[in-house]
Write a protein that binds this ligand. Structure first.
Ligand SMILES: C[S@@+](CC[C@H](N)C(=O)[O-])C[C@H]1O[C@@H](n2cnc3c(N)ncnc32)[C@H](O)[C@@H]1O
Length: 293
């Protein structure tokens, strides 16, 4: 059996001090915090998004990102056998797609509401996928029992105890197993150009001084490519291949649009050719990591 007992999970938290949800953080940016310390509540933030998550985050830029995530995942699934763990599975879009393709997959998320929606979708599709409410920094599994860990659309950007989460990622994977995930990038060129020249200088100042940001209860940490590679190596991974996504495009997180412009099509094609090469591998909105234990 792959699952670790509940006691195991809490022991891990107690020993490592990893359970930081609901904590208050220091943040120096007056614009962001207006004199008080913002409260972090990541499960609550995602609970609120769950009901319309699938329609809210749909536009050509994000669809493009999904296409890239999926194609890299498919490349890594050629001749694959074993158990896949989808961490931060949200409403289970990828989890369901993997199960429909015949893979054994478990969905895991910290938000009970996200898991509720994922379970409902899975039942409606006639699939029987195990979904678990747990945190990536205390995975309720024994060591070496997962063959591939996936985590799409930046779940690992919202884990204050990210060092624990990366060690957990490594611990549960079997030797030779792969972790494939996306995470937001600190040196996303589009963002820096836009905010330096169009004018949100306070944000630029904040981002130069800090790597994290709290908004509406959601804590986000911005890794550089270099820092991420270093973290994966210190977590024990033998190989960390990191490229980037959305180098020329920008993911409009609030705008719903359906039409794909010529610019989007062309830049997507160029990006596909250069995402793993320097300097393009370091300047996209998201970093895309494929790490081998
Ligand atoms: C941006 S969503 C991505 C969801 C999904 N993977 C997708 O591609 O649409 C990030 C997800 O990570 C989950 N999450 C955040 N912190 C987590 C943690 N510590 N452990 C597990 N899941 C977490 C959130 O609840 C949310 O569902």
């Amino acid at each position: 059996m792959c699952f670790r007992s509940r006691a195991g999970g809490s022991k891990h938290r107690a020993e490592t001090g990893c359970n930081v949800y609901g904590k208050r953080v220091r943040n120096d940016d007056k614009k962001v915090i207006r004199g008080s310390m913002p409260e972090i509540n990541i499960p609550k933030y995602y609970d609120r998004l769950a009901s319309d998550y699938d329609t809210r985050f749909s536009n050509p830029q994000l669809d493009y990102m999904r296409t890239v995530e999926n194609s890299v995942l498919q490349e890594n699934l050629a001749d694959f056998r074993g158990l896949i763990l989808d961490v931060g599975c949200g409403t289970g879009e990828q989890t369901l797609a993997l199960a429909k393709d015949g893979f054994s997959v478990i969905g895991l998320d910290i938000s009970a509401e996200m898991i509720r929606v994922a379970k409902k979708k899975s039942e409606e599709a006639g699939l029987s996928i195990p979904f678990i409410i747990a945190s990536a920094d205390a995975l309720p599994f024994k060591g070496n029992c997962i063959s591939m860990l996936t985590s799409m659309f930046g779940a690992y950007s919202h884990i204050p105890a990210f060092d624990c989460a990366f060690s957990e990622m490594h611990r549960v994977l079997a030797d030779g197993g792969k972790a494939l995930f996306t995470i937001v990038n600190r040196w996303n060129l589009n963002w820096w150009l836009m905010h330096t020249f169009i004018g949100n200088r306070d944000w630029v100042r904040h981002a130069l001084k800090n790597k994290d940001f709290v908004s509406d209860g959601l804590w986000t940490y911005y890794f550089s490519r270099r820092e991420l590679v270093k973290k994966m190596r210190s977590a024990g991974f033998q190989r960390a291949r990191v490229g980037s996504i959305m180098i020329f495009l920008y993911p409009h997180l609030r705008r719903i649009e359906k039409k794909v412009s010529l610019y989007q099509r062309t830049s997507g094609r160029i990006e596909n050719l250069v995402r793993w090469d320097f300097p393009f591998n370091s300047i996209g909105y998201y970093l895309l990591a494929v790490c081998t234990k």
